[in-house]
Ligand binder design. Sequence first.
Ligand SMILES: NC(=O)C1=CN([C@@H]2O[C@H](COP(=O)(O)OP(=O)(O)OC[C@H]3O[C@@H](n4cnc5c(N)ncnc54)[C@H](OP(=O)(O)O)[C@@H]3O)[C@@H](O)[C@H]2O)[C@@H](O)CC1
Ligand SMILES: Nc1ncnc2c1ncn2[C@@H]1O[C@H](COP(=O)(O)OP(=O)(O)O)[C@@H](O)[C@H]1O
Ligand SMILES: [K+]
Length: 489
Amino acid sequence: MLSKVLLSSAVKAIEQQWAQKSGQSTYVLMQRAGDAAFQLIRQQWPEFSRFCVVAGTGNNGGDGYILAMLLRQAGFMVTLISAGESRQGGDAERAKGEYLKSGGVTEMFFPDASQQYDLIVDALLGTGLHGEVRPKYVPFINFINNSHSPVLSLDVPTGVDADQGSFSQHTVQATATLSFIAYKPGLLSGKARAYCGDLHLASLDVDVSSSQSAMEYRQGIRLSQYRRDLASHKGLFGCVSVVGGSNGMGGALILAAEAAAYMGAGWVMASTDTQHLSALLTRNPAIMARGWDEADSLVEKTTVVVAGTGMGRNEFATRYLEKLVSQAQQRRLPVVLDADGLFWLAQQPREYDYWVLTPHDGEAARLLGVSVSEIQTDRVHWASVIQKKYGGICVLKGLGSITCDGQRSVINGSGDAGMAKAGSGDVLAGMIGGWLARTGRFDIDVVSEAVWIHGRSGEFAALRFYPESMQAGDLIAALPEVWRDQSFD
Ligand SMILES: NC(=O)C1=CN([C@@H]2O[C@H](COP(=O)(O)OP(=O)(O)OC[C@H]3O[C@@H](n4cnc5c(N)ncnc54)[C@H](OP(=O)(O)O)[C@@H]3O)[C@@H](O)[C@H]2O)[C@@H](O)CC1
Ligand SMILES: Nc1ncnc2c1ncn2[C@@H]1O[C@H](COP(=O)(O)OP(=O)(O)O)[C@@H](O)[C@H]1O
Ligand SMILES: [K+]
């Protein structure tokens, strides 16, 4: 469910430790990497028989030479394009030597355009990349990207910085990426994640459990720990007060409130502009709703507050949030603060241990006074900077959302591009609030679980309605499928 995420330097250190402990050469790991790529290809694309491997001069290229040798030995057609002489005296040179000894040849020029391959393997640059890709490599990257064939990148798509997730102007667009030993943070989040295509991991039988890392990747949750007792009553599952929805933005509030209800909260209480009450109650009569003029204090049984969705940015919203947040702080209630709530916070910065802030990259930039492109160069880092400045737990949304509590960062592995629509964020705020109430906990595990559930419901909604047509409300409607799939038993 949670796997360790390691920086490239940590993976390299583990590789050395493994060699010392086992008394074997690191070349064995390169052989395993090549073999893992061979196995993946046979499993994913059993019908493919014509391959082109583009190999660089470092160890990433070494993995490519091993793979090319295995493909040749299995009787397939292999063209190997070499970007230059392999680094002398290392594993890469040895791998190239083995490849040549087995009868393989290398090409220094690109095949003409009529040559078709079933698969191109990108073994040009891996974790050794520093800065922008140098011009010498650009023709190789263009060759790969213009090939119209599926592309398998070994370890890292060439051009992506495996640690930060920044990428070069010229970067390989992979169909699939096979990462070795452990996931690296830069591959899991933001635009760099999209360069990877389908992401696979080969551990190479190297145990990373003892390595110190504060980063994890979530690919599922264990629902059985939350099984409802037969004698359950609603008081066990908390009360979420959802506040927001000013003139014209009632939908945001309705989505957040209903999402909280569908996460299993005991009660959901919505406070909003009176014009939205009948729409809300018609859609879901199980939600208690009232106009927010009367709701100037939190109801007694509130255990979690969700605030800010569709709230507006006027004076009323400012005064209201001011009062609401200070009441919640006095009672130490968890507060999920989203959208206009984050706008308010950026104007009135303060710290609170028990809030969950859910900015997208634009909101994150405003909270920190930096540019959006800066946030996108290292999302794991910036999520932790927001957490440090404002306290509580930060969820930096987007492909590979990052949940950070100041000690740990959990990168999310679920989601679908069909979620890139207005309203998905409101649903997330409601789902987090609902899950906090439902579980009665406030910690990074439950928050990152809610983030994962939200993404998983997006995957189910996309299956049902297609990414183009799915709507934010479909994420809520897909929740029963998430529960059924994961199982509370
Ligand atoms: N660690 C492990 O456990 C295992 C690692 N394994 C594999 O090793 C890979 C890491 O290998 P690595 O360290 O040799 O680096 P790699 O990615 O091949 O690149 C090095 C070359 O890139 C060059 N270069 C750098 N920046 C550049 C730029 N901007 N533009 C252009 N070139 C640039 C640099 O040149 P230099 O700057 O030194 O002149 C050098 O020639 C890893 O990703 C995985 O596939 C597996 O075998 C299994 C076990
Ligand atoms: N391409 C994507 N892949 C995965 N999740 C996505 C993608 N695009 C958006 N999302 C998710 O959808 C939500 C969108 O939130 P946001 O941009 O705040 O929308 P809203 O307009 O509802 O405020 C976030 O949780 C984000 O992580
Ligand atoms: K690569």
